[in-house]
Design a protein around this ligand. Structure first.
Ligand code: GLN
Length: 251
């Protein structure tokens, strides 16, 4: 009996070793990283004139790639698919992605690199000014975002989801929704395009919480510490601030 047990134990530990070493390598060991984003969220990510993803996040992950000696290949996809795609279709995701508890069950986040908050976009002549005013209203949001979760908590709100935040803004201007909830900087970009029609109200007025963006990585990967070190170096050598100035501008 003892012999059989020893044999079983030996077999199990062999298998564990095999699985541990053979089947899954860490993305930290790769020379080329496939990085998912949703290029519909200016100034963080959008399609450049050449049809390729550009924006603050894209420039930042490329600068991180340079520090790590890795090539970065961007993969444009729906925001709502990013977290599930990590470890299969993509190695990492950078997409103005807010650190939240649910996502953190599935991915490991890097250190925060940007502070955000939800803004409310309204028609210029709207009287909505408080969270109570938003109750029962139809609110446009981007599917699977913290803007959607924020809207869902508003009493009796009729939440309408879109794949692109800009489509929600178009529906606001068409009168199909009464408000749009979306991250601060994209809200400012969208409103900047139609300043005569819409306005963006800071989320602090609605008591929305502060959010923080981070890079989503596979659970347990050594890449997290490497990205954090690269981020620190980019902040210390001025690259990070230069990218903020180039893509986001003065706060
Ligand atoms: N910051 C928001 C979130 O993480 C929106 C991100 C996005 O739409 N790219 O849900």
């Amino acid at each position: 009996m003892k012999k059989v047990l020893t044999l079983i134990l030996a077999a199990v530990s062999c298998m564990t070793m095999f699985v541990g070493c053979g089947s899954k390598s860490d993305v930290a060991d790769k020379d080329v990283l496939i990085v998912g984003t949703n290029a519909e969220f200016p100034p963080f990510e959008y399609l450049g004139d050449d049809g390729q993803p550009d924006g603050f996040d894209v420039a930042l992950i490329k600068a991180i790639g340079e520090k790590l000696g890795k090539e970065i290949q961007m993969e444009n996809m729906e925001f709502n698919s990013l977290v599930a795609a990590i470890g299969t279709k993509i190695d990492l995701a950078i997409a103005a992605m807010t650190v939240d508890e649910e996502r953190a069950k599935k991915v490991d986040f890097s250190d925060n690199y940007y502070e955000a908050i939800q803004y409310v976009i309204l028609l210029k002549d709207s009287n909505i000014a408080t969270i109570a005013d938003l109750e029962g209203k139809s609110i446009g949001v981007q599917l699977g975002t913290t803007g959607m979760y924020t809207a869902e908590e508003i009493k009796d709100a009729k939440v309408q989801t879109y794949n692109k935040a800009v489509d929600a803004v178009n529906d606001l201007m068409n009168g199909r929704v009464e408000a749009v909830i979306v991250d601060k900087n994209p809200a400012e970009v969208f409103v900047g395009k139609y300043p005569d029609d819409v306005k963006a109200i800071p989320g602090a007025q609605f008591e929305f919480p502060t959010e923080y963006y981070a890079i989503a990585c596979p659970k347990g990967s050594a890449i997290v510490a490497e990205i954090n070190k690269a981020l620190e170096e980019l902040k210390a050598d001025g690259t990070f601030d230069a990218l903020v100035a180039e893509y986001i501008g003065a706060e």
